[in-house]
Each structure stands twice: as C-alpha cells, then as structure tokens.
Design a protein around this ligand. Structure first.
Ligand SMILES: O=C(O)CCC(=O)C(=O)O
Length: 292
C-alpha cells in the first residue's frame, strides 16, 4: 500500500510537467516551421531586383553558388586603398583591445561587437553595396545586421573544440561575411565549410556541435581562403569550423546578417554604429542597422 502511494505521488508530481511539455514542444515546432517556410523563404522578385542593382562582375554566378552551396569566396573584392585603411584600423583596434585570458590562451584576439561603435572605418564598410547585394540576394528579402567583430589568429595548433570543431551557429539562416585582412592560404588557418549543409539544420538548434563522423563521407569540404582583400560569405547554419594550425597570422573582420522578425531564434542585440556614420544614413541603411 505504501509503495502504491509513493508511485501515485510520483506520478502526480510528474504529470503537470508531462502535460505541459508536449504542447510546448508543438508550439516550438510551429514557430520553427513558420521561420523555415515563410521567414526564410526567398522572394524571386526581390532577388531579380537585387541582381539588377549590383555592379559586381559575375554577380549572379557568385550569388547562385552561395545559394546552392551555402558558401562563396570572392577573391580581391576590396581594392588596395580600402584594404590598407581597414588594416590600419584593425591594428588600432587590436592595440586597444582589453586583455582576454581565454583568447590569449588560444593565441587569438577577438574584437567584440560592443566595440563596433568605436570604428567609423568598419561602420562604413558595412554598407559596401555589392557585399550587401550578395547577402540580400541570398536571403531573398531585406536583411538586418545581427553581429560584427574582428578576429586575429596567431599560429596555434589547437585541439578540436568550440569554434575549432564542426558546428553550426544555432541561429537558423544567417549569413556571415568574412573580410580577409591578411592572405589566407588553403593550408593556413582558413574556415572550412561542408558544401550544401546549410539546408540541413532546422529544429535542433541547441545541439550545434557536430560529430565529425556524422558528416556524409562524400561531403565536399570548401575552404575560405584567398588573398587579403577577398571576402568569404557563408550561411552559418551550415557545418563549418575554424582551422587552427601553424599557418601564418590570420586577421578577419566579419558581419552577420539575418532578416528582421524571426519567431523561433531571436536576433542578437543591435550592434551600435559609430556616431559619424549614423548621421548620414539612407532609410534603407537605417533599416539594415536596425535604427528606428
Ligand atoms: O574564425 C573562423 O575561422 C570560424 C569562426 C566560426 O566558426 C564561428 O565563429 O562560428
């Protein structure tokens, strides 16, 4: 009798959780499906208009490759003058970056989103028209800035963990542009990406670290490599990883974009632009920077 009571008590305690867990699961699934089938669905008309507006040679070739593979590299996207300006600014940001014991241990420096408001140079780069057009074409609708920052990787042979192992970013469809401020050789510290994997992860956003043995054997691994001034654009919902080794120092600046108003995976806090840049923005640029 006592045993029976204990079982009944246990069930009573467990029942409310059980009864609410299922509807919660269904609700979350509905939000994810909304994002998957509506929020993330590109508009062909929007894409056509964006393609018309771009002045980048071979725009459609790059844009189509990005849509199909989730990754594209555009060599020498930025010219020497712009590259020099970005490199000087990057050095200044590195020099003035607060110490970070964890990053130091990995022989790297991370310039966080919170320092974006200090840099008019990278604030201006955000609105580089052809870079934005590629991102907008991929999304197939207007995009907003979701994050930004810089990374310096000094040579370091690290074990596979964190960003340095196969993962997706758990943010659903999100495009990140990496601007190479140094040359990134193929066998250097370049990001690796599994071609086509951006169409795979829709629901389980929490378990974003991926088992390398679960990668399809025939998966094509693409490399984000190229000379300084190149850009690599990836959908961070695809399987990717940093590649730390004894290759040369790698400096990159990145911008991440999503569309406004997702339901299942919220946007990051708004990155704040440098005041000098905010003054002269068009309405479209204000929307991208999420300034209301
Ligand atoms: O820096 C890299 O090469 C990749 C970074 C990355 O995987 C990430 O931030 O999610």
């Amino acid at each position: 009798m006592e045993v029976e009571n204990k079982i009944t008590m246990k069930f009573k305690r467990a029942a409310p959780n059980f009864l609410t867990a299922f509807p919660r699961l269904i609700y979350r699934r509905m939000l994810s499906d909304y994002d998957r089938y509506f929020y993330e669905r590109p508009s062909p008309l929007y894409r056509r208009n964006i393609a018309k507006a771009s002045s980048l040679p071979d725009f459609l070739e790059y844009a189509t490759a990005l849509c199909e593979r989730g990754i594209v590299v555009i060599p020498n996207f930025f010219g020497q003058e712009c590259l020099s300006e970005m490199r000087m600014e990057f050095e200044r940001l590195v020099r003035t970056n607060p110490p970070n014991a964890h990053a130091q241990k990995e022989n790297s420096i991370h310039i966080s989103t919170s320092r974006f408001n200090e840099t008019a140079v990278f604030g201006k780069i955000l609105f580089e028209p052809n870079m934005l057009r590629l991102v907008q074409y991929y999304w197939g609708r207007p995009v907003v800035l979701n994050g930004t920052g810089g990374t310096r990787y000094e040579p370091a042979q690290l074990e596979d963990r964190g960003s340095n192992q196969w993962h997706h970013d758990g943010k659903r469809k999100q495009v990140r542009v990496f601007i190479f401020l140094t040359d990134v050789p193929k066998d250097g510290q370049c990001t690796k990406y599994i071609s086509g994997s951006h169409k795979k992860y829709h629901y389980d956003l929490v378990n974003s670290r991926l088992d390398k043995d679960a990668m399809p054997a025939n998966a094509q691994t693409m490399l984000c490599s190229g000379p300084a001034g190149s850009i690599a654009i990836i959908d961070t919902n695809g399987a990717h990883r940093a590649n730390r080794n004894n290759g040369p120092r790698r400096d990159t600046w990145n911008f991440s974009f999503r569309a406004a108003d997702p339901l299942s995976a919220k946007l990051n806090p708004v990155p704040t632009l440098h005041p000098a840049i905010i003054q002269n923005l068009t309405m479209e640029q204000r929307l991208i920077a999420r300034i209301t």
